[in-house]
Design a protein around this ligand. Structure first.
Ligand SMILES: Cc1cc2nc3c(=O)[nH]c(=O)nc-3n(C[C@H](O)[C@H](O)[C@H](O)COP(=O)(O)OP(=O)(O)OC[C@H]3O[C@@H](n4cnc5c(N)ncnc54)[C@H](O)[C@@H]3O)c2cc1C
Length: 423
């Protein structure tokens, strides 16, 4: 028996009877062979019960196979428990980078990939798009290898797998050459400017984040993350579509101190010290919070923004901050960006689930005409039939899970509800 464990936000206590920390492949296989209901827990940063199971939770934080670089293919292969915070400095040391990161490096790579976690940037796919191969222990205890080059379609179903395919023990990521970035923040962008110039604004940097607390008709902060080369220096304009360049460091939640945030003010730094908003080793975001996020086809960005703005009076009292980001299309079956570029509307709420639970249906109703898809790792109240209807490859994904896990060892109430429609 284990002591009850909670997710990062503390809004969910895992129902698992046991939590295991295997250190070898054989130990993982033994757990899979003798268990009837299993789930792997990453770093527990999801806000819903996607990682929960009533029986055995497996955590791979003590399973540490060597990190292997393939310089010819420009890939790295890592263990299934590694976090971005652990991985990125090692990539930098070898002269490599990942094209994008989420707002925090604290999460595990597999956990992020399994939920289609994303950063921002018109040309940046979600983090799962960097995966080139997976090694999985499936329900029968066997080691299965799947790769983009050899398994085509099936691989595209197996990457964003919501933890349903088995234990991902190793994964291989495509790398790009290491790069340097600068980060600058502008404050108080008038909403009307964003409505009129949305495309120009989100195209103005490698990664753009638009943050607002909806206290008024302004985007409180615009975070611009730009690529730089050592020989290129440029001064930023003091004004950006009516917003003013910040002259001190900022936290996305405007009333919090910025000491936990990555460096801004145009100071150059390695990619992994600028792409996330929050520094490794320090608390990200607020901690006392809940999160929701909806992804919408990019062409509806402005209409969806206006629909959300119409709820400003209801949103503002419960909101710590809201963030808009853009994400490129991909070909991963269960990714919200499957074959469509998206804009994501994120909400960091005050930790009041009763009030948030009543507000979410209003947001979801406003966004329904735009075919909004909820983030797999955050809180939503959309009915399962609607969620299922958003994914044209759902029948293929169901078949994939049934092939590798016919008895449903890795299924939990979340997957039963949103994937298999048992509601
Ligand atoms: C402060 C904060 C900021 C965030 N910022 C962003 C952001 O910028 N962008 C964004 O898109 N999301 C963001 N998120 C959401 C977060 O990225 C996702 O919830 C992600 O899944 C967290 O990874 P994790 O390692 O905690 O996974 P967990 O929550 O532990 O698990 C998620 C899923 O992955 C599965 N899984 C994990 N490891 C394995 C494995 N080895 N084998 C098989 N399955 C596995 C689990 O079973 C579960 O289904 C944020 C969350 C927080 C708390």
């Amino acid at each position: 028996m284990i002591e009850k464990r909670s997710n990062w936000a503390g809004n969910l206590t895992y129902s698992a009877a046991r939590l295991h920390y295997p250190t070898t492949i054989e130990q993982i296989q033994a757990l899979v062979n003798r268990g009837s209901k299993l789930k792997v827990l990453g770093t527990g940063h999801s806000f819903n019960a996607i990682a929960d199971t009533p029986a055995d939770l497996i955590c791979l934080s003590h399973f540490e196979p060597p990190v292997e670089f393939d310089h010819t293919r420009r890939t790295v292969t890592i263990g299934g428990g590694v976090t971005y915070g652990q991985l990125c400095p090692q990539l930098q040391q070898e002269g490599y980078a990942l094209p994008n990161l989420a707002s925090l490096p604290h999460i595990s790579v597999v956990g992020a990939v399994a939920t289609a976690t994303h950063g921002s940037g018109n040309h940046n796919g979600n983090l799962a798009t960097s995966i080139a191969a997976l090694e999985i222990i499936t329900a029968d205890g066997k080691l299965v290898q799947l790769s983009r080059n050899q398994d085509g379609e099936q691989f595209e179903g197996a990457v964003v797998a919501l933890g349903g395919l088995g234990v991902v023990t190793r994964l291989t990521l495509d790398l790009v050459p290491a790069f340097e970035m600068r980060q600058d923040v502008y404050e108080n962008l008038p909403l009307a400017q964003l409505v009129d110039h949305f495309d120009d604004i989100v195209a103005s940097a490698y990664s753009v984040s638009l943050l607002t607390d909806w206290q008024n008709e302004q985007i409180t902060q615009v975070w611009l993350k730009r690529l730089i080369t050592p020989d290129l220096t440029f001064d930023l304009a003091a004004e950006f579509f009516g917003a003013k360049l910040a002259t001190t460091q900022r936290h996305p939640i405007a009333y919090l101190s910025a000491e936990n945030c990555t460096e801004q003010l145009g100071i150059p730094g390695h990619w992994y010290t600028r792409l996330p908003h929050f520094r490794m080793g320090l608390k990200p975001s607020n901690g006392e919070e809940l999160q929701s996020e909806y992804l919408i086809p990019r062409q509806h960005a402005v209409a969806a923004l206006q629909a959300i703005a119409s709820l400003r009076d209801q949103l503002a009292p419960l909101l710590q901050v809201s963030e808009m980001r853009t994400i490129a299309a991909d070909g991963l079956w269960m990714s919200p960006c499957y074959q469509q570029a998206c804009v994501a509307f994120h909400f960091t709420w005050k930790k009041d689930w009763e009030a948030v639970r009543l507000l979410l249906p209003q947001i979801e109703a406003q966004l329904a005409p735009f075919n909004a898809r909820p983030h797999w790792g955050k809180l939503f109240t959309l009915p399962a039939p609607y969620v299922q209807s958003c994914y044209v490859r759902l029948p293929d994904f169901q078949r994939l899970l049934q092939t590798y896990d016919p008895q449903g060892k890795f299924r939990n109430p979340f997957l039963d509800t949103y994937i298999f429609g048992k509601f």
